[in-house]
Design a protein around this ligand. Structure first.
Ligand code: 13P
Ligand code: ZN
Length: 279
């Protein structure tokens, strides 16, 4: 059967739209940030001959012996490329994006990276995060890494304690506790692009859909692009309000009891241990 044009595939459209939004929001300067989206093999088969491998690319920055990729072998992802500018994804997806299938120690390129490029240097962290989230939620499909401005700014002036950081964010917008009731995990500054940061991120991902990389950025995971994007977007909005007000006297705040009321109304399984800071 004749294959459809992959440039018209909905998953390519979602990647283009998300990268463009992230760039225009100022979260992803230059090549900052990366996206990985696990695809349905049948859906990809409508566009690509799945037997046609363009290149085999070894995983970057990873000691394969330390990283068990087995649960993902055969899975297909669309991912952003290393060094690729988010601002360019929309106009040239075939160069800036790639569709890859996971094999032992690397990936098979099925489409994209047309200039000889390769997947994001953070692919190990993405893959480990996918495995961690799939262990919690079999419907998880998307992992996004980004450098959102106010979230990053907040890293420099707020204690990097998961409970305190989450609580402050929850206080900044009424609906924060309903959007990320599971809170925000935090890793200390670590060298990016390595399997160690991947493992540490994945460990946090068992508990949180959002993980801050101190003084670097944030990871968000979800069943859909909207969910992963929306989580980061909501943290960033709360962080922006924090940064707009942190230097001013605080006269009003959202109280813990009010957060509980909202979380209960929305039937959210919230981290009650992240409330009652004085308790
Ligand atoms: P890549 O260009 O390899 O995706 O890296 C960007 C980034 O944000 C590293 O953390
Ligand atoms: Zn980064």
């Amino acid at each position: 059967m004749r294959k459809k044009n992959i440039l018209n595939a909905p998953f390519v459209a979602e990647m283009k739209k998300t990268a463009a939004n992230m760039y225009r929001l100022g979260w992803d300067e230059r090549n900052g940030g990366n996206i990985s989206y696990m695809l349905d093999e049948k859906a990809v088969g409508e566009y690509l001959d799945l037997k046609k491998v363009l290149r085999v690319i070894p995983l970057m920055g990873v000691n394969a012996a330390n990283f068990d990729i087995a649960p993902l072998i055969g899975k297909i992802f669309i991912v952003t490329g290393t060094g690729k500018y988010f601002k360019n994804v929309e106009d040239d997806p075939a160069v800036n994006l790639g569709v890859v299938r996971i094999v032992k120690d690397g990936v098979e390129l099925l489409w994209g990276f047309a200039d000889g490029g390769r997947p994001t240097s953070e692919l190990p962290t993405h893959l480990m995060s996918h495995m961690a989230r799939l262990g919690v939620d079999t419907l998880n499909r998307v992992v996004i890494h980004s450098h959102p401005t106010h979230t990053l700014a907040m890293n420099y002036v707020h204690e990097l304690d998961e409970k305190k950081f989450t609580h402050t964010l929850w206080e900044m917008c009424t609906e924060c506790i309903a959007v990320f009731p599971d809170g925000v995990g935090i890793l200390p500054w670590m060298l990016c692009g390595t399997d160690s940061i991947g493992k540490a991120t994945a460990e946090k991902m068992k508990e949180f859909r959002l993980v801050v990389w101190a003084m670097h950025g944030i990871y968000g995971a979800g069943r859909t692009m909207d969910e992963a994007f929306g989580l980061i977007e909501t943290v960033e909005k709360a962080a922006q309000i924090y940064m707009l007000t942190a230097h001013l006297p605080r006269i009003n705040t959202i109280k813990d009891e009010q957060m509980i009321e909202l979380a209960e109304l929305f039937k959210c399984d919230y981290r009650a241990d992240f409330l009652d800071l004085k308790g």
